[in-house]
Design a protein around this ligand. Sequence first.
Ligand SMILES: Nc1ncnc2c1ncn2[C@@H]1O[C@H](COP(=O)(O)OP(=O)(O)OP(=O)(O)O)[C@@H](O)[C@H]1O
Ligand SMILES: [Mg+2]
Length: 315
Amino acid sequence: MIRVENLSKFYGITVGVRNLNFSVERGEVLGFLGPNGAGKTTTMKILTCYLPPTAGTARICGYDILENPMEVRKRIGYLPEKNPLYMDMRVTEYLEFVSHLKGVPTRRIDEEIGRTIGRCGLEEVPHRTIGKLSKGYQQRIGIAQALIGDPELLILDEPTLGLDPKQIIEIRQLIKNLGTERTVILSSHILPEVSQVCTRIIIINQGELVAVDTPENLRKRLKKASVIHVKLRESTEAHRAGDIVSAVEGIMMVKEAPSEEGTMHIIIEAAPDRDVRNKVAFAIVESGLPLLEIYSEELSLEDIFLQLVMEEEAH
Ligand SMILES: Nc1ncnc2c1ncn2[C@@H]1O[C@H](COP(=O)(O)OP(=O)(O)OP(=O)(O)O)[C@@H](O)[C@H]1O
Ligand SMILES: [Mg+2]
């Protein structure tokens, strides 16, 4: 669906993006993740033919962005970072205007607007003035204009930026639903967001690609060791727990952590990809120690991101 090759964009001497390579298959929801200035918007503007690359190219549905920009544009619905709304227009009026711009045949416009309004949950506000609606509704209208003309690919630049938590949940759900029927690329600097919504994540930093993978694989790949926490009820025997756990096969390190009064908390590191929880629990219970809790530590996407970016910078 999308093939990006050696794509670079320089603004004078400032790097927008440098030597990006990636591809996106039909039906994927791809998350573009990176801090401010990473190059997310730059990449999206190039893919939507709003900005020419300095070097390299991209093909979308088989069309080259430089050779066939009109064919590319026909296949993309784009929600820019700045929502392109006319605040004094009514919702249907604006969508009609967009339909004309995109060349939707006049006889099909009403049907197209009806479909899009239903898809984006705008049924209650079709005749309201856009400027008087909430930011959440305005964002839905921004997504609706991208959907007009039924494009195969949706490109959404920070679609949840500036929304309140309830609106964020609603917009994420809308994007997830859209992702079941077409290919979506969205950008975000909110890590849990892309892991919830996307099937694959591209991480970029300072214009360069740092990683491309599924959220699960990114987590796995970076898991240097699996970390398990064990909590026991404090007793005269509890101090034996460290030795008992150390004897379990696959354990690399055991240390005691500060704990609440009356409990004992130990942290265990085991070899990666090795689930020793069962063996640890069994060893403790068998030795008669009062086990309260056992759980493994999940690496958050924040941790992954920092780790990847730091590895990259260390090179
Ligand atoms: N029109 C421009 N002129 C000069 N430099 C630019 C221009 N647009 C972007 N840049 C620079 O290119 C780099 C990438 O910017 P870009 O807007 O693509 O990042 P981003 O990942 O979208 O960031 P944000 O999360 O802040 O939206 C930044 O260093 C930025 O300052
Ligand atoms: Mg941006």
